[in-house]
Design a protein around this ligand. Structure first.
Ligand SMILES: Nc1ncnc2c1ncn2[C@@H]1O[C@H](COP(=O)(O)OP(=O)(O)OP(=O)(O)O)[C@@H](O)[C@H]1O
Length: 338
């Protein structure tokens, strides 16, 4: 069943993206260390297979905003590249809007868009508008509709005044906004984003987030994003998929993920002298690190007041830092089933 304005998922039972037992192996060359190794490498290289995705299953429904999370090297970018056809699976199956992405059929490509942090769509030496005109020709967009679309998106993204400035003269934030505009010109049904807010200042980050939420809400565009920024994920995503060593480690709502992890606080206590730590930790507390006269603890939210009371007896406290667990810690906890 399809709701008005909501893209249909093709022949995969309504799923826009359906991956089953997806495997991606890369061939990686290894070079021995030193000059001799470098010289040998000119003639022959040791090649090894590296499994980046290991029987990954995932499913995304029409109009969802999904966050793909995971540690560095977990396989997030590989997943995105497989979904938009930049890579071909080694085994298993992925279908997007009913297409096999790696075939790169035009009928498929005009229904999706991808913004990869390290791969620009805009040409460096010309203005964004010049690149958009090439997109217009490539996708055979109606002239009036194109002009309205550029104007509307530029206003939403607050880049109207820079559309005629060479890309190389734009700030990082302006460039990312102009990249997003380019990606959305042909009204893709699915948008893949790899770290869309990386390196942006708080103002640009907020603007990009607001824009993406609006595109998802207004056009019902299905969006899959990777991010290391928990705020991106919390503010935008209905659901998160955690990739761990090429497998799906967690699939659930952000609220559920937060509920499972937010009870914990991270504390860093620094003493003037090496502290006399207790043999038995106060209830709900555990040590996660120790360095010099500092000790790092994780404690359940309710246990923090009693912990701070107890810490006064371990030595002379000179500094205290209390915060929420960072995303890596959250992921480790979820994957460890804590
Ligand atoms: N072109 C390639 N050739 C060989 N190995 C690769 C290639 N691209 C990625 N890999 C390896 O595959 C694994 C997954 O990489 P991928 O880029 O998908 O991870 P990621 O989750 O996106 O990481 P990050 O958060 O650092 O961007 C890593 O171990 C990486 O070294």
């Amino acid at each position: 069943m399809s709701t008005k304005g909501v893209p249909t998922g093709g022949s995969d039972g309504g799923g826009v993206i359906v991956a089953q037992q997806l495997i991606k192996d890369y061939r990686r060359s290894r070079q021995r260390p030193g000059l001799l190794g470098a010289l040998r490498g000119l003639v022959s290289r040791d090649v090894e297979e590296h499994r980046a995705l290991d029987r990954l299953d995932l499913r995304v429904e029409p109009g969802e905003f999904v966050g793909l999370l995971g540690r560095n090297g977990a396989g997030k970018t590989t997943t995105i590249k497989l979904c938009c056809g930049l890579l071909r699976p080694s085994a298993g199956e992925v279908r997007v809007l009913g297409h096999q992405p790696w075939r790169r059929e035009f009928a498929f490509l005009r229904r999706i868009a991808v913004v990869l942090g390290n791969k620009a769509m805009l040409w460096w030496d010309v203005s964004p508008m010049d690149s958009y005109l090439v997109h217009r020709a490539m996708y055979d967009l109606d002239h009036d509709d194109f002009a309205r679309r550029v104007a509307g998106l530029a206003e939403l993204l607050d880049v109207t005044t820079v559309l005629d400035v060479p890309v190389r003269q734009l700030s990082l934030g302006q460039r990312m906004k102009c990249e997003l505009l380019a990606a959305l010109l042909h009204r893709p049904e699915v948008l893949f984003l790899d770290e869309p807010t990386i390196g942006l200042d708080v103002v640009s980050t907020a603007a990009v987030r607001e824009f993406l939420a609006e595109v998802n809400r207004r056009d019902r565009t299905t969006i899959v994003l990777t991010s290391h920024d928990m705020d991106d994920v919390e503010q935008l995503c209905d659901r998160v998929l955690l990739v761990d060593d090429g497998r799906l480690g967690y699939d659930g709502t952000v609220a559920d993920l937060v509920a499972r992890t937010s009870p914990d606080k991270e504390l860093r206590l620094t003493f003037r002298h090496p502290p006399q730590l207790p043999a038995v930790w106060p209830r709900g507390t555990r040590m996660v690190g120790r360095e010099g006269t500092s000790v790092e603890l994780r404690a359940e939210r309710d246990a923090v007041p009693a912990l701070l009371g107890a810490a006064a007896g371990w030595g002379e406290l000179v500094d205290l830092d209390v915060g929420d667990a960072d995303l890596d810690q959250v992921m480790r906890d979820v994957l460890a089933g804590r």
